[in-house]
Ligand binder design. Structure first.
Ligand SMILES: [Zn+2]
Ligand SMILES: [Zn+2]
Length: 136
Protein backbone atom coordinates (compact mmCIF):
# COMPACT_ATOMS: atom_id res chain seq x y z
CA UNK A 1 0.00 0.00 0.00
CA UNK A 2 1.72 3.14 -1.18
CA UNK A 3 1.44 6.53 0.45
CA UNK A 4 4.22 9.05 0.81
CA UNK A 5 2.96 12.20 2.47
CA UNK A 6 0.13 13.99 4.19
CA UNK A 7 -0.83 16.75 6.55
CA UNK A 8 -3.52 18.63 8.43
CA UNK A 9 -6.22 20.92 7.06
CA UNK A 10 -4.36 24.19 7.63
CA UNK A 11 -1.01 22.82 6.42
CA UNK A 12 1.01 23.61 9.57
CA UNK A 13 1.64 19.91 10.09
CA UNK A 14 3.15 17.89 7.25
CA UNK A 15 4.51 14.37 7.29
CA UNK A 16 6.33 12.02 5.01
CA UNK A 17 6.23 8.23 4.85
CA UNK A 18 9.45 6.54 3.76
CA UNK A 19 8.16 3.03 3.01
CA UNK A 20 5.06 0.99 2.20
CA UNK A 21 2.18 1.20 4.68
CA UNK A 22 1.51 -2.02 6.59
CA UNK A 23 -2.26 -1.97 6.75
CA UNK A 24 -5.36 0.14 6.49
CA UNK A 25 -7.64 -0.47 9.46
CA UNK A 26 -11.26 0.60 9.87
CA UNK A 27 -12.08 0.88 13.58
CA UNK A 28 -15.69 0.80 14.74
CA UNK A 29 -15.12 1.27 18.48
CA UNK A 30 -17.10 3.86 20.41
CA UNK A 31 -13.99 5.73 21.47
CA UNK A 32 -13.00 6.36 17.86
CA UNK A 33 -16.46 7.72 17.19
CA UNK A 34 -16.15 10.17 20.07
CA UNK A 35 -12.59 11.15 19.18
CA UNK A 36 -13.40 11.91 15.56
CA UNK A 37 -17.12 12.70 15.55
CA UNK A 38 -17.35 10.31 12.58
CA UNK A 39 -19.28 6.99 12.39
CA UNK A 40 -15.96 5.08 12.36
CA UNK A 41 -12.31 5.85 11.87
CA UNK A 42 -9.74 4.62 9.38
CA UNK A 43 -6.03 4.42 10.13
CA UNK A 44 -3.14 3.84 7.81
CA UNK A 45 -0.53 1.91 9.81
CA UNK A 46 3.09 2.80 9.06
CA UNK A 47 6.42 2.09 10.75
CA UNK A 48 7.49 4.81 13.16
CA UNK A 49 11.03 4.57 11.76
CA UNK A 50 9.70 5.50 8.32
CA UNK A 51 7.53 8.35 9.57
CA UNK A 52 8.72 11.94 9.69
CA UNK A 53 6.62 14.84 10.88
CA UNK A 54 7.33 18.53 10.55
CA UNK A 55 5.19 20.97 12.49
CA UNK A 56 5.32 24.73 12.26
CA UNK A 57 5.53 26.57 15.60
CA UNK A 58 3.94 24.48 18.32
CA UNK A 59 1.04 23.37 16.16
CA UNK A 60 1.41 19.66 16.98
CA UNK A 61 -0.47 18.92 20.18
CA UNK A 62 -1.25 15.62 21.83
CA UNK A 63 -3.86 14.19 24.14
CA UNK A 64 -3.66 10.99 26.18
CA UNK A 65 -6.90 9.27 25.20
CA UNK A 66 -6.20 6.33 27.48
CA UNK A 67 -3.24 5.30 29.61
CA UNK A 68 -1.67 3.85 26.48
CA UNK A 69 -3.08 5.62 23.45
CA UNK A 70 -2.15 9.17 22.48
CA UNK A 71 -3.85 11.22 19.85
CA UNK A 72 -1.77 13.82 18.01
CA UNK A 73 -3.59 16.70 16.38
CA UNK A 74 -3.15 20.20 15.00
CA UNK A 75 -3.67 22.82 17.65
CA UNK A 76 -4.43 25.42 15.00
CA UNK A 77 -7.05 23.67 12.82
CA UNK A 78 -8.02 20.74 15.05
CA UNK A 79 -7.33 18.00 12.50
CA UNK A 80 -6.55 14.64 14.12
CA UNK A 81 -3.32 13.57 12.38
CA UNK A 82 -2.09 10.35 14.01
CA UNK A 83 -2.28 8.08 17.03
CA UNK A 84 0.48 6.29 18.87
CA UNK A 85 0.27 3.43 21.35
CA UNK A 86 3.85 2.34 22.09
CA UNK A 87 2.81 -0.41 24.54
CA UNK A 88 0.33 -2.25 22.34
CA UNK A 89 1.55 -1.22 18.88
CA UNK A 90 5.29 -0.83 19.39
CA UNK A 91 7.11 0.96 16.59
CA UNK A 92 3.95 1.83 14.69
CA UNK A 93 2.07 5.03 13.89
CA UNK A 94 -1.63 5.10 13.02
CA UNK A 95 -2.29 7.89 10.54
CA UNK A 96 -5.81 9.23 10.18
CA UNK A 97 -6.67 8.22 6.65
CA UNK A 98 -8.18 11.54 5.60
CA UNK A 99 -4.85 13.29 6.21
CA UNK A 100 -2.97 10.98 3.82
CA UNK A 101 -2.27 12.35 0.36
CA UNK A 102 -3.91 10.04 -2.20
CA UNK A 103 -6.10 8.20 0.34
CA UNK A 104 -8.94 7.99 -2.19
CA UNK A 105 -7.48 4.84 -3.71
CA UNK A 106 -6.81 2.95 -0.45
CA UNK A 107 -9.23 0.29 0.85
CA UNK A 108 -9.28 -1.16 4.40
CA UNK A 109 -7.79 -4.64 4.75
CA UNK A 110 -9.24 -5.23 8.21
CA UNK A 111 -12.15 -3.91 10.23
CA UNK A 112 -11.90 -4.04 14.02
CA UNK A 113 -14.40 -3.71 16.88
CA UNK A 114 -17.16 -4.77 14.51
CA UNK A 115 -19.29 -5.70 17.55
CA UNK A 116 -19.67 -1.97 18.13
CA UNK A 117 -20.23 -1.03 14.49
CA UNK A 118 -23.21 1.20 13.71
CA UNK A 119 -25.85 -0.95 11.98
CA UNK A 120 -26.05 1.25 8.89
CA UNK A 121 -22.32 1.13 8.17
CA UNK A 122 -21.36 -1.65 5.75
CA UNK A 123 -17.88 -3.09 5.40
CA UNK A 124 -15.98 -3.25 2.13
CA UNK A 125 -15.69 -6.84 0.86
CA UNK A 126 -11.91 -6.71 1.11
CA UNK A 127 -11.95 -5.99 4.85
CA UNK A 128 -11.45 -8.93 7.18
CA UNK A 129 -13.81 -8.38 10.13
CA UNK A 130 -12.79 -8.80 13.77
CA UNK A 131 -15.27 -8.54 16.67
CA UNK A 132 -12.71 -6.69 18.79
CA UNK A 133 -9.02 -6.11 17.97
CA UNK A 134 -6.85 -8.87 16.43
CA UNK A 135 -3.94 -10.14 18.49
CA UNK A 136 -0.51 -9.19 17.27
ZN1 LIG B 1 -3.57 22.36 11.01
ZN1 LIG C 1 -11.28 2.56 17.60
Amino acid sequence: MEASSGGCTCGQIQYSIGGPALQLVACHCGMCRRMTGAPFSSYLVVKEAQFDVTAADDSLASYAVTERATRHFCRRCGTPVFNTNPHTYTGLVMLYLGTVQGHETLVPGVAIFCEDKLPWVSLPEAAKPFAAAPRR
